[in-house]
Ligand binder design. Sequence first.
Ligand SMILES: [Zn+2]
Length: 111
Amino acid sequence: MTINPEKFKALLEAKKAQVKADLALAQESTKPVELDQTMVGRLSRMDALQQQQMALASERRRHQELQKIEHALKRMEAGEYGYCIKCDEEIAEKRLEFDPAILTCISCSTS
Ligand SMILES: [Zn+2]
């Protein structure tokens, strides 16, 4: 392996902490709409529902992101980190820097 796993472990841990912080913040905006009387007059119920849908969608994305990160950390423990899950080739370091939780090399991601 040509990459330094410690460096990417730190990147993954930092990203995990960031996603968790975002999730905690986002809980505010995914509360049931009708409970917040202060919203009335500023936002219509439709607007509020739409915002809630968007917040829920990004919360789902964050949970998926979190799973990807956990998966990458598990692969790291197993010594499989940095190898493409499809062709077993090493993933380019630049690609891992861009997304440390990525699972495939560039040629497999496009096929
Ligand atoms: Zn590959």
